[in-house]
Design a protein around this ligand. Sequence first.
Ligand SMILES: C[S@@+](CC[C@H](N)C(=O)[O-])C[C@H]1O[C@@H](n2cnc3c(N)ncnc32)[C@H](O)[C@@H]1O
Ligand SMILES: [Zn+2]
Length: 1010
Amino acid sequence: MDRYCKRLIEVDLPIKRISAHARREKSIRHGHISTLHIWWARRPLAACRAVICAVLWPDPVDLTAWAERGDPTQDEVRTGGGAIPIRPRRFLDEARQLMTLWAQERLSKVSQESYARLVAIQKDPRWLDDPEELRRVLLDFIADFANWDNSTDKDYLDTARALTQAAHEALGGDPGTRPLVVDPFAGGGSIPLEALRVGADAFASDLNPVPVLLNKVVLEYIPKYGQRLVDEVRKWGEWIKREAEKELAAFYPKDEDGAEPIAYLWARTIQCEGPGCGAEVPLVKTTVLDSKTVGKEVRLAIGGNESGQDFKTQVLYGKSDGNGSSTVRRWSVICPLCGFTTAKKRVQFQLTQHNGGASSARLLAVVTSTPGKSGKRFRNPTQRDLDAVANAKKAVLKPEYHDILTSLSAELPNRNAHRAVGSQLPLYGLQRYEDVYLARQKLALACLASAIQRIPNTGSEFDRVIRVLMAFCLAKQADYSTTLCRWRPDGAYVNPTLGGEKKYVMVSDFAESCPLSHGSGDWLGQVDWVGRVLARESVLQDRNGQVVQASADSRVLPEDSVDAMVTDPPYYDSVPYSDLANFFYVWLRPSLQKEFPELLEPMVSPKQKEMTVDHPGNDVETANYRDGLTRAFDTGRFATKPAGIGVIVFAHKSTTGWESLLAAIIQAGWSIVASWPVDTELQNRLNARGTASLSSSVHIVCRPRENPDGSVRTDEIGDWRDVLQELPHRIHEWMPRLAEEGVVGADAIFACLGPALEIFSRYSRVEKANGETVTLKEYLEQVWAAVAKEALTIIFPNADTIGFEEDARLTAMWLWTLNAGNTDAANSESADGEEADDESYDGTKKTKITGFVLEYDAARKIAQGLGAHLEDLSSLVEVSGETARLLPVEERARHLFGKDEGHVAPNKQRKVPQLDLFTVLERADGAETTSGEARVERQGKTVLDRIHQSMILFAAGRSEALKRFLVEEGVGRDPRFWSLAQALSALYPTHTTEKRWIDGVLARKKGLGF
Ligand SMILES: C[S@@+](CC[C@H](N)C(=O)[O-])C[C@H]1O[C@@H](n2cnc3c(N)ncnc32)[C@H](O)[C@@H]1O
Ligand SMILES: [Zn+2]
């Protein structure tokens, strides 16, 4: 018997419907908390909302069962071995009443999926006497409430909050108090925000000062000041604009006809290293300035000036004649004057001499707009523009800005940092945050910061809050004010520096926005974004949240004080938080240091205790990460009541990431009781390099493995044989459910870890017959194997999988893992043409990778589960460092037809031969027949080999040979041939050559009489 009443999330969750809402939310901006301030790896609010409701609300079925165990005359039963009294009726009655009301009066607000059930209840409320039915209605409610549009609807809010209250009191909470939800890795604040929304109290902490401030706004200031903040933010935003204008107007001179500049377009420059040339070449990547209006393009032409020794650029209107091409390609610079190409290394060297070259950049064009008129104009820079630039260089040195700008002397991440932040800027000599700005950009930001400092201050908390919000606007403004902002000709706007991206990308030509204009990336725009969030979330008024800065492993909360820990820790190496956060921190610090002297004391945000991995695969970093998470989850369990519950969200595509996380959960004394993948990414799972990209994050539900007094249970010993026996059954039950919910491929594999760990983590430890303790590592090997076997039965539902050799099983499983079958691989090439894309994170050249790539360790584990060994399959799989590549069929041609029997795929040292399929066939062909068709001399050893041979013959147009191969040589008579071919056809991604070829072979089946 379970010790405590189950929560809804322990029995069911409508993950497909929640996922749909989570995905839709990705495209919503107005009023979304993500526009208050940038933070990375944000959880969709939809998923948080649903999960928190299902965590806090009990399952009516289990609750009813508990009720029946007690004295029928009394509404009280004791759970937790007698330690905790619960009052089932408090929730059951309230939930029935509310759902009946919902059926009678709120039908117009529910989704189609929920409608029919509510109509039945409307006709006969007794339906809800069935606890199963009550469970379903509550889950429907949760699914509908996940919808963004319903998240501020008063009826939804009132109902959810009443249910949360009833649940809390039913489960033993003191009447009138609210349940406490804690998130020790609060980040952008989605989880605690939703906790408040659904009627709980929230406690949030994070190590980084930026999210601490952000959460303070959401959890402390909005609940306290509500709508008043909205009006005041707008008022002070305008005041700051007026103040800053007094100082700044002169630096952004308007045109004589009243047009105002809204952006300046610039390029870094180098000196051409061509013999005897030495011209100063602007690094122009984008020559198209406006591509929005077809046939009315605006372009930049680059040519020699009158002397022929220097460049002149010119803005031109009208359709391009194809000339005037860019001067930079993959960071090599082609001089239009002498034709010489200055190599990338030299370009980097030159820019390094100028700290990245912001100070020697050249103004190319000015974008203007006239107030009251639509459209943007582009023009050449004038002397006035150049004078303003020169003046700004002097003005920024004024002593009044000195203190504000000191923070910018903090160092940028260096080359040894995480690849996302260390791989580009240091190569071009950018060393400090100040190096990413033009003098005028620094001037504008410093001037805004100084105006923020001048907002009248009575010392009240409200005044402080206004400063915080204005500082957020400033940080947002900084995002639009660096030499890393690109001009977007497709929409004629300024692209932000980070804008939520998690890397620093070097650019050669860039756009400078004008903060005080009415254009893209201007100050009032930032104020507006912030205002909209405040307005929307004013529904949080009178809620109760608390925020502190703390590392997740420090005990800031008393023992057994928390009802639910819902948290989303860093995902292994996914995001180098502090290195990115510092971009904003260096502006928040000078603006708010007086208000938060301790929080903002250090020059940069703390990194040492950050629980992230910069270099995946590094053993020391991995161990630190795992130990850090263990301490954090242990701290969380300490604070959580014995009858409380935890949810840990995780997503990572490496087995190492997952194994570290699971080890930490178990080590910290939690038992895993359920897990739910929520698909949060827009479709398109196969990324440009053919590697798997995950689209779900898994919500791992756990309970403290504790005695009622809070001590960790150590006495339940599991029998290894029982565990091993239960494992395949659990996976067998779970996989089809996942498929039904649309979770497939690598997502499904990782989503099986939760249920698998439910079995293992039920016990304090698991022992073998000889008394030896089973390690998690050992168990996970079994889990991977069980998952792989189960997946195989899904891939080949009707075929006897045993009949296929290991290469076929591995290939099928591999493709399924990549979930490539329904993906349009050709569409997934990165659309981003930025030059930095030519560079991989580590600064090495990217070669185009063909074939299907998996993380090596995942591939190895999958293979093992199928009884195959990657090492023995070298003609099929190529291993290189951390990745394993399933070779494209084309690359197998030599092996399949070649004369050198036993030849294996090229190893690392040898370059993959760019082989011409036809040459291979020529060479491999035996005697030419009279019809010019060759006979295949050698039949592949396995069914898969023979299928690949047929595919190649098809591709080469050798239909006679194919026919002979299949009919006369009898290859097609093996039924396994066609069933495997059929399966592969479903697994190869659309638009790959493999898919075309296999379908070509299959198309001949009938005609050949099979
Ligand atoms: C995945 S993010 C949380 C995102 C959040 N759920 C949201 O929706 O925005 C993980 C957070 O953990 C924080 N973090 C990293 N190390 C930490 C530590 N030692 N203690 C507390 N927080 C830490 C990071 O600053 C980051 O904000
Ligand atoms: Zn030259």
